[in-house]
Structure formats: C-alpha cells, structure tokens
Design a protein around this ligand. Structure first.
Ligand code: SF4
Length: 62
C-alpha cells in the first residue's frame, strides 16, 4: 500500500510579540528602528524608571 501525503500549507505563524506598554496588544513597531519589544527604547525607558513606570501604571487604572 502506498501512502500519499498531501503537502500541508504551513499555517504556523511567527511569534506575535506583545507590547508591554499596551497589554493584550501586539507590538506594532511604533517606535523608529525597533525590531520588537526587546529593543524598544520606549519600553526600556518606562520600565527602567520607577517614576515613569508608576505614572504609566496609574494611567492604566484610570
Ligand atoms: S515599538 Fe515599543 S511601544 Fe511600540 S508597540 Fe512595540 S513595544 Fe510597544
């Protein structure tokens, strides 16, 4: 018996990195020269500065 395999379309998607500043939303590469959240200067600035992080958290509570 011969089995044939039909080529399956590759339905795998690339990882969809989420924006840490907009929970639940994907990174849209809104900052210049970034490849994702991992090298996003805005994410770095906010997360690295306790005051900015608190202000960001407060803005999300409103
Ligand atoms: S580039 Fe930075 S701020 Fe813009 S969506 Fe991506 S992670 Fe968020």
């Amino acid at each position: 018996m011969t089995t044939t395999t039909t080529p399956r379309k590759d339905t795998r998607r690339k990882p969809d990195p989420k924006c840490p500043l907009r929970p639940g939303e994907p990174c849209t590469l809104c900052q210049a020269s970034v490849t994702g959240p991992q090298d996003c200067g805005l994410v770095y600035l906010i997360m690295d500065d306790p005051e900015a992080r608190e202000a960001w958290a407060a803005s999300r509570r409103r």
